[in-house]
Write a protein that binds this ligand. Sequence first.
Ligand SMILES: *Cc1c(COP(=O)(O)O)cnc(C)c1O
Length: 375
Amino acid sequence: MSETTVYLDNAATTRISDSVLEAMLPWLREGYGNASSVYSLGRKSAIALNKARAACAEILGCQTREVFFTSGGTESDNTAVFSAASVGREQGKRRIITSAFEHHAVLEPLKRLEKDGFDIVYLPVYREGIVRPADLEAALTPDTALVTVMTVNNETGTVQPAAELAAICAEHKVPFHTDAVQAFGNVPIDLKNVDMMSLSGHKLHAAKGVGLLYVKDGTPFRPYILGGAQQSGRRAGTENIAGIVGLARAMSDAAADMDAKNAKLLPLREKLITALSELPGAMLNGSREKRIASNVNVSFPGKEGETLVLRLDLMGIAVSSGSACTSGSLDPSHVLTAMGLSHDEARSAIRITMSKYTEPADIDALISAMKTIIN
Ligand SMILES: *Cc1c(COP(=O)(O)O)cnc(C)c1O
């Protein structure tokens, strides 16, 4: 395998930024105290934890007590879904509404709940890869325990009308959770009417194994990870101070960099879509306009996406086919099939995702490699 010189798989994970790494290092070297310990080494960790939480809350425009840290996006999603399901069960509510193309970190907990007697309703996402508010209106019933719809899809980058969906839920007094893992730093996040929201560090140039869950004041909450009384009893386990400090730094950087990053990446996205569209058979997946600036997802029906990924890898370029979590299995992406693509079309897709580190030369390299491979 040749060395990767062009990294275009930032929806799978991102490189840790220098500022995040520098913020983390003291908490990996000398600041190793347990934040629950009473002596000064522990108290220093507790202070760092509280500062990080306050910083995250300020960036999100919420109360400090509405934020706690998890091991990542998967745990945040599992926690939100199972909490709402527990509360729903207590209230005799057994319906959960989601979209057909959520991340597996939402879909798999829902499958478990379905076995336990919940009715799960999957809203359609159409060719453009976007949920329609009218479909949610039609699906809501008085016994709905939760609506969970992601803000930005991880495979197509398509932006959901999360604020509208949240407002509909608020009107019907149904809790709304959104997986904003691919949204934060790409589109503004509006927590108005949002009851729970998941974030992940490693999609934002922070470390793997750290994430955040926002739970609005007044939203009934049942913890998922049980054990110690850490984080006000909402998430047991000794806190990952270095990871958390890094996440706060990454969120602050991402919020500050968002407009400049989008201004830089939007023309690169358009250039890439235009160039790939000229290749024989190419087909853009998902709305061209209502997608984040950093995502391009294109199918080449008749080709195998996995093969394209391996050929690009030989040329030092990293992209993905389908989502990173399902590669290794040759099943077509559930996201693309939910959007109405045939199995052949879905299996021929490649996803190119940029970051603030992506330069025009990276996109030129990809375009020229794809021309060689496809023609
Ligand atoms: C990556 C991702 C997750 C999972 O986050 P981890 O921190 O890797 O557990 C969840 N949802 C979406 C949309 C993602 O892209």
